[in-house]
Design a protein around this ligand. Sequence first.
Ligand code: 6PG
Length: 480
Amino acid sequence: NSADIGVTGMAVMGSNLARNLARNGFKVAIHNRSVGRTEKVIENHSEDGQFLPSESMDDFVASLQKPRVAIIMVQAGAATDAVIEELASRMDEGDIIVDCGNALFTDTRRREADLRERGLHFVGAGVSGGEEGALNGPSIMPGGPVESYKRVGPMFEKIAAQVDGDPCCTHVGADGAGHFVKMVHNGIEYADMQVISEAYDMMNKALGMSAPEIGEVFEEWNKGELESFLIEITAEVLKHKDNVTGKPFVDIVQDRAAQKGTGAWTVQTALDFGVPVTGIAEATFARSTSGSVKQREAAIGVLPAETQDQTVEDRDRQQFIEDLQKALYAAKLVSYSQGFDEIAAGAEHYEWDINLGDMAKIWRGGCIIRARFLNHITEAYKRNPDLHLLLADEYFRGEIASCIPAWRRVVAYAAANGFSVPVFTSTLSYYDAVRSERLPAALVQAQRDFFGAHTYRRVDADGSFHVEWTGDRTETKISD
Ligand code: 6PG
């Protein structure tokens, strides 16, 4: 009469995950620090399936079938450590603790190592899809030991979103791999959201279109290669009218974007690895710029614009909108390519056996960045498992080729007319850098050698060299 699995933390995400498990025929033990929330689930949702409510941690752990599986769904950070300890001290060898919160992957690695020493399994699982996904089928990215996936995998695969008969869940890799991939997912989410907002901003300001009109455009775009959850909800948001004023809803929202940290983690980690995730970084900084209230106050109406103020002729409007659509697609492809570079770098550094194609596959449904084009990423890695640059895949090369003129026009127009489009711009800049035969990095190296004797490599000989800049400027070979 014991439960297949337990969930502790009955806020919306936790209770929705528990309900999803119950709806899929699992007997679910549920627990929350304050009993009220547990009672609410029983009161309102007992028709979902079988719940075993517990008032205490002792009862909760005791109600689980061995080897026990307990999911933690609490605020990431100190709360997670506290709950892990409460569970671990009551568990037996081979039991499994699963953290489905947005934990920092290095915390997950530490927790996994600690619990492994105590004979317990720790699975850090990225879960995406918000409240709705948790209830009806999220994308799940579990890390941790392979053995524990044998126990939790089938349950997770059952409750995950399903696309073309495949679950949006797979074992990502050891220890923190699942949370690492979820982190990059969120970074990509930031870039996607920002670049969509840049397209909106240009339609609004350059073409003078109203929010609902722009909503119509996104609705159209959602029928093509841009088809995705984020484009879909953008159309809905833009068409929504504020209940109080009757104005377009987006117009009454303060223009300051908040962030809970996963985008910044993605950028910080990329910096540590030296992976240029410029689209994600600019998207993250764009939120920071929007929130830099004092700086904005000091600049608005004060800093000169000196823009060209080109008006878009009526006959060019359609072309302008099509350009934005293509620029958006190209910028998005670069952001994803950069994100996959970061996953590859993480996998190499931490020796995770991550199948990149499978990551795109489990993002096709359930998660916030779910999109039609993800299939093509899976196919690209199938064609070439050693692909070093997603953009260089034959399919994506062709896709981006058809967007380049439009992308350049959008960035040039934005620069000339004073629109801030950091993701459009930075992704194009990256694209031109990565395909460039020769970069000005040569000059940077020369400067480094000048002021710091940091040495340089020659194009025509092996080894590292240094010039006596302050002396007779002879060159010395420093090492082979
Ligand atoms: C998801 C979301 C989810 C959450 C983010 C938002 O995949 O379901 O990414 O994790 O919405 O925490 O992050 P910000 O609050 O930083 O925008």
